[in-house]
Design a protein around this ligand. Structure first.
Ligand code: SF4
Length: 125
């Protein structure tokens, strides 16, 4: 059985330059062209093997001026876990006061990644 060759194109989103990458994969051998710096190759390999994204969303907050608290993941989350994480966060309700960087949900799916508050919100009466 021969190895499968694959040709793929993607845009590196690591920095605002947005290089157009061409990836040739032949088994375990991955060749990346079009990248201006080494981070482009790292990005392409990560996208092929374990694509991840930062998650930004909101959770319900009680006793605060607003009803939604913006939250962010402490690190990029594997794409196949984003939807499940969003579902979990829909069930979450926190109570003010909350401080920026407070952990809202710890170690999601045992990935060592927390969901943290992106801003503080005071308690209101
Ligand atoms: S390859 Fe390097 S220069 Fe190009 S977008 Fe990615 S990080 Fe930026």
């Amino acid at each position: 059985m021969g190895s499968e060759r694959m040709l793929k194109e993607m845009i590196c989103i690591t920095c605002p330059i947005g290089c157009h990458l061409t990836i040739r994969q032949d088994g375990d051998d991955i060749e990346v062209t079009g990248n201006t710096c080494p981070r482009g190759k790292q990005y392409a390999i990560a996208e092929l093997t374990n694509p991840t994204r930062m998650l930004t969303t909101t959770v319900v907050i009680k006793n605060a001026l607003y009803h939604q608290l913006p939250v962010i993941s402490s690190a990029p989350i594997p794409l196949d876990k984003i939807e499940e994480t969003m579902k979990l966060l829909k069930e979450v309700a926190v109570t003010a006061p909350i401080y920026e960087k407070d952990i809202i949900m710890k170690d999601i799916f045992g990935l060592g990644i927390d969901i943290i508050a992106s801003r503080s919100m005071k308690k209101v009466d």
